[in-house]
Structures are given as C-alpha cells and as structure tokens.
Design a protein around this ligand. Structure first.
Ligand code: PLP
Length: 399
C-alpha cells in the first residue's frame, strides 16, 4: 500500500479522515530545506513552511540530530518528573525574553487556553470578579472552545454555541475601540502583534504600546499571541521586541518545534504563581522529544545566525512584493502587507485560485482570508529561491 501514488492515497484519505480540512490534491512524501516532494517525486518550493511553522526548513540537520539523539534516550515521562530537554528549552526562552516561567503544552490553541485561564485565575486569587477577555476583530487564537470564543470570525462559532461567556471584541488597531471594551470586569486583553490568519495585518505603530498603557491603567493582563509571529518570523526572535513593549503573557507554538508539536505559555514570576499544582496541566506538554527540538530551534535562532541572515531577506521580500504590485497594477494587486518573512499580496478575486495556480507550477503558498495570498517561507530561504517562487506567483496573479 505504501507504494501507491498520490491519487490513490488522496482517495484513501477521503474515505477515512474527518473531512474538516479543504485539502489540496497533493500528497507530500518528503521535505528537504525549502523543497517538498510528492509521491511521484515532483518538487515544490515551499513558501508557506507548513503555515509559518517550519522556520528552519525541512529536515534541518541540527533539529534532526537533536530529535534522533533524544529518541534514543527518552520519549515520555509525564510532568510528574523533571526531564532535561524541557528545562533546557525553558531556559532558552527565559534567557531571551521577558518571561521568567514557561508552561509547555502541545499547540497554539492550548498555549492561548492556558494564558486565558491564567488571566482569569490571577484576578480570582486576588478576589476580583474579572473574567472578561477583550480580543480583536480579525484575530485568530485557536479552536478550543475558549480560544475560538476569543476568535471573532462567526463562521468558526457556528454550531458550537454557546461560546465561553465574557468575550468582547474591539477593532484591531483602534485604541479608542479597545478602551471602550475594557472595563472593571476585564481580566485580559488578547492580541496578535501581527494578525496572521486575519490577513497578515501588522499592528499599526504605537498600538501595542497604547494597549500596554490601557492594560496598566485598568489593572488587566496584556497577552500577546505570538503563535504565528514568534520565533523569528518578523525579524526579531519575538515580535514584541520591535514594539518596545513587554506583555504580561506571551504564547508560542508553530515554529517553536520546527514542525514537532509544541506550544508554550510564557509569563513573569508574578503571574505564574497562580498556577499551583492541580490547577492546569497536560500529559504531553513539555514532552522530551518536542522540547529537544525546541531547544535546538532556539539555539539555532539565537546562536546560529539565522535571524541576522533572514532579516534582510524579509525586507527584500517586502520590496519585491511591492514592486510586483506596481508592475501588475491595482486591478490585480490591491495591497501588500507584512513584516519580516510573513507577507501577503491582497488580490481582488479568489486567493484560492492564485494558490492553486502556484501549486500547479510547483510553488506552495497559502491564503490568509478569501482575497489574500500569504507567504511564510522557512526563514533560511535564499533570495534566489524566493525569486524563483515570486516569478511563479506573479504569473499566477496575472492569471
Ligand atoms: N494563534 C495564532 C495567532 C495562530 O495563527 C494559530 C494557528 O494558526 C493559533 C493560535 C492556533 O494554533 P494551533 O493550530 O497550534 O492550535
């Protein structure tokens, strides 16, 4: 059965998997650096990195070596014991961020779930009846009931109600709108420094700092969801660094394990104290295999020079997309947005058609909303590889 081609495998998938994803008709077999290969050996240039996740590229030697070495030693012990990879990964996050404490889990949704629960519990411990969460239109925070409740898109709520109570939505980028939603019951403000799924929308200058001031004046927590934009995606290890503002809680996932499932809720000593034994947990969270990979990813990003090399490439990518937009004109490209190596071209028609045409021509990109084509390549991508992909994208947009 393993010798079957893509078509047969896609057929089998359609018979046994829950059909909750709109999957492309593509069965990927292998990855190397910025290239993916299907079962027939066709090569695809990966400009989406498994949705902003494979930051170091496929089968990165350092991460692979860490995974293999750990796989021979220890896979799982639960959180009833200490294991070294978990400590090492946490130490790297603590050494390179505002955080003093890290709670490991398995996904971005879980990291945000932990952050929201922490915020509510922080106030309850102090005798404050604060439970409301102020989140933003266009945001995306996950698919657990709490995190999907904090995600404004009504399509994601349909049929799953009632949602978790106490969520309020403000306009992203509009501090007056945020201020009007924050009140005596607010436990936390939850925001993405750059909205990823919502269309690659960077927070306007000063917005995150204004949210910090608003949270301080109100006495609520400020949570940055860096699940998509953390771990170097925007050019700094953590996106908050570029805004000269420090959150109370930061959530990570996606690129933290370079594809191995892991999430993290990172906070200061002060707030972490409310999660005492028995309050919150995860069987797999902080799993030695996942943490060994996260440790290797963080080492490569902080000491391996990846960030320094990726920054100018991200800026160049932004300029190239702008120039492409100028060449194609406003009838074909409505807008280009983004930071670092998270970029997009907004098109007037269906983004899915552009994505499909790129795929047919051997380049993988993704949508971020109906009219947006998003690029989130491995951070190690070269200008030559990007130029090859951009030529295909331009032809695909031109139709
Ligand atoms: N938060 C943000 C900003 C995301 O982009 C995502 C996923 O796209 C999530 C949370 C949810 O992460 P996961 O799918 O790992 O649960």
């Amino acid at each position: 059965m393993s010798g079957q081609g893509s078509e047969e495998l896609i057929e089998r998938a359609s018979e046994v998997l829950v059909a909750n994803y709109a999957r492309a008709p593509l069965a990927i077999e292998r990855g190397e650096g910025c290239r993916l290969f299907d079962r027939e050996g066709r090569s695809y240039l990966d400009l989406m990195g498994g949705i902003a996740t494979v930051a170091l590229g496929h089968a990165h030697p350092r991460v692979l070596a860490a995974l293999e070495a750990q796989a021979k030693r220890l896979w799982h012990v639960s959180n009833l014991f200490v294991s070294e990879p978990q400590v090492r990964a946490a130490e790297r996050i603590v050494a390179n961020s505002f955080a003093d404490r890290v709670f490991f889990c398995n996904s971005g949704g879980e990291a945000n779930e932990a952050a929201l629960k922490l915020a509510r519990r922080w106030h309850r411990e102090r005798g404050d009846d604060r439970y409301e969460i102020v989140a933003f239109e266009g945001g995306f925070h996950g698919r657990t009931l709490f995190t999907v409740s904090a995600t404004a898109n009504p399509a994601y709520h349909e049929g799953f109600g009632p949602m978790v109570p106490g969520i309020r939505f403000a306009e992203f980028g509009d501090i007056e709108s945020a201020a009007s939603e924050v009140g005596p019951r607010t436990a936390a403000i939850l925001v993405e420094p750059v909205q990823g799924e919502g269309g690659v929308r960077p927070a306007p200058p000063g917005f995150l700092r204004a949210l910090r001031e608003l949270a301080d004046a109100n006495g609520c927590l400020l949570i940055f969801d860096e699940v998509q934009v953390g771990i170097g995606r925007t050019g700094t290890l953590f996106a908050y660094e570029a805004h000269e503002v420090v959150p109370d809680v930061m959530t990570l996932a996606k690129a933290l394990g370079n594809g191995i499932p892991i999430g993290a809720m990172c906070t200061s000593e002060r707030f972490s104290k409310v999660l005492v034994p028995g309050t919150h947990g995860s069987t797999f969270g902080g799993n030695p295999l996942a943490c060994a990979c996260a440790d290797a990813v963080l080492a490569e990003l902080t000491q391996g020079g990846v960030l320094a090399r990726s920054r100018p490439v991200g800026e160049w990518l932004g300029r190239e997309l702008d120039e492409m937009a100028r060449r194609l004109g406003p009838e074909l490209v409505v807008d280009t947005r983004g930071v670092g190596q998270l970029r997009c071209s907004a098109v007037p028609g269906a983004g899915s058609e552009v994505v499909g045409r790129c795929r047919d021509d051997g380049v993988l990109v993704i949508q971020a909303g109906a009219h947006t084509v998003r690029l989130a390549p491995p951070l190690v991508i070269t200008r030559d590889e990007l130029a090859e992909g951009l030529a295909v994208l331009e032809a695909a947009i031109a139709g």
